[in-house]
Write a protein that binds this ligand. Structure first.
Ligand SMILES: O=C(O)[C@H]1O[C@H](OP(=O)(O)OP(=O)(O)OC[C@H]2O[C@@H](n3ccc(=O)[nH]c3=O)[C@H](O)[C@@H]2O)[C@H](O)[C@@H](O)[C@@H]1O
Length: 431
């Protein structure tokens, strides 16, 4: 609606009237003072680290945690300290209470590196499992700070307290099919969160080298197998895959502008003890034991759906290889000093297994028949098969996966029975 000249005039007139009133009757002193107090209180609560800002759009991350203080800083420092007499790395591991994060954090600590964990403990899957992993890490001397990667103030603080040599960025919204139900959580964690981590890394002095988790899903609808790093990745089949692909482009930008050394790892369906309950091998196990039907997807014309399942210990060795071969970032404090390393690697197993074979192995290990329902693969993000060419990682990272699905699932089932027989609280299995 257009404003009439009359309308404008009316407003103008009122403003003058108010100003005149204010001049004639100044506000009493106590009103002014209480106004000031309200403003001061607002600023205090809004910007105080005690109420870390709620990240937008994701209700699951709204819980805030207190951080800061000299005791807290002491814990951070001591967790990130390299073992005496060793020339190791000091690594910030995001997603440290997650499946891959907890395993790599434990492995780094075992060999004497300094490790600090960060995790927001969201409830995408049972937080008690994340707490159990955290408890194991704490026992091993790894402090996991509770906070969100989108909390820039927290990240700045961590880099202020510790001059991390590396960031292993594994915090993400995982899962291919869930992206249709909660799309914004993928943008929040995998795009905004990644940018937040890279911003913190490029503002730190010196810049750390960054290794982060991309995904086999970036190969999308490709049909040429095995998948090589040089293959096209512009046909994602899920929003999850699209956010991981976006991450790879974002990595290019930060490498180009700031000289950050960045390595992306395309994980292929990682499984094993302490795994993720949202993944098929995990909930198939649960459902078989409970006598609940499981859906086994098949492609058009009854084509098999297969995955290049990769065992967690092999992935851990790939992550360590990536960290150990990562060159230093060239810049410092946001300034580039020269070109820096930018890499991407497949971390797979190179032997795809049909989902129906996965179920057969589980049936044998659990000594129980599954109630199988074969269903057409819904068009909700899944691709028909994955198969990694790992020659690049073999050559550059010394990556040699050694665990076949049978062996890996045996260890998973052992852990599963042990963990859930204790009511899902503890397990004699270490990370
Ligand atoms: O490789 C990766 O990068 C991705 O691997 C997995 O994704 P996905 O391979 O789909 O793993 P699952 O969800 O465990 O599915 C495994 C297989 O079981 C099939 N499936 C899944 C669910 C189901 O009910 N029935 C079924 O047959 C899927 O189609 C798939 O072939 C992870 O969940 C992703 O987070 C990860 O990024």
């Amino acid at each position: 609606m257009e404003k009439s000249p009359f309308h404008h005039h009316y407003h103008h007139h009122h403003l003058h009237h108010a100003q005149r009133l204010l001049l004639r009757y100044p506000l009493p002193k106590f009103v002014l003072l209480s106004l000031l107090l309200v403003v001061a209180l607002f600023f205090f609560f809004h910007f105080s680290p005690l109420s870390s800002p709620a990240p937008s759009g994701d209700r699951r991350s709204l819980r805030s945690a207190a951080w800061g203080g000299s005791l807290w800083e002491k814990r951070v420092r001591s967790s990130a300290r390299v073992k005496a007499g060793r020339r190791g790395a000091s690594v910030l591991v995001t997603g440290a209470a997650g499946f891959v994060g907890s395993h790599v954090a434990a492995a780094l600590k075992r060999r004497g590196d300094g490790v600090l964990g960060l995790d927001n403990f969201n409830d995408y899957y049972e937080p008690s499992l994340k707490r159990a992993r955290q408890a194991l890490l704490e026992r091993a001397g790894v402090f996991v700070v509770e906070g969100d990667i989108n909390d820039g103030a927290l990240l700045r603080k961590l880099f202020d307290v510790v001059p991390f040599t590396h960031v292993l960025h594994l915090a993400a919204q995982a899962g291919v099919r869930y992206a249709m139900r909660n799309p914004s959580s993928y943008v929040h964690s995998n795009v905004a969160g990644l940018v937040s981590v890279l911003e913190a890394a490029k503002s730190a002095s010196p810049h750390p080298a960054v290794v982060w988790a991309s995904s086999s899903s970036v190969y999308g609808l490709n049909t040429k197998v095995p998948f090589s790093e040089s293959d096209r990745t512009d046909r994602p089949a899920s929003l999850y895959a699209a956010t991981k692909k976006a991450g790879e482009e974002i990595a290019h930008v930060y490498n180009h502008i700031y000289g950050l050394s960045i390595t992306g790892l395309r994980f292929f369906t990682v499984y094993g003890p302490w795994g993720r309950p949202d993944m098929a091998y995990f909930f198939f196990t649960r459902d078989i034991l409970r006598g609940k039907a499981i859906s086994i997807f098949e492609g058009p014309n009854h084509a098999t759906v297969a995955r290049d399942f990769t065992y967690i210990d092999d992935i851990v060795s790939g992550c360590l290889g990536a960290l150990d071969t990562a060159e230093k970032s060239t810049g410092t404090g946001g300034k580039k000093r020269g070109p820096a390393q930018l890499r991407v690697f497949n971390l797979g197993n190179t032997s795809p297994v049909p989902v129906s074979d996965l179920v057969a192995i589980l049936e044998k290990l659990l000594k129980k028949k599954a109630d199988r329902k074969v269903v057409k693969m819904p068009r909700n993000g899944d691709v028909q098969f994955t198969h990694a060419n790992i020659s690049l990682a073999q050559r550059e990272l010394g990556y040699h996966p050694t665990t076949d699905l049978q062996t890996g699932l045996k260890r998973f089932v052992k852990w599963y029975l042990d963990y859930y027989s204790s009511g899902g609280k503890k397990s004699s299995y270490s990370l």
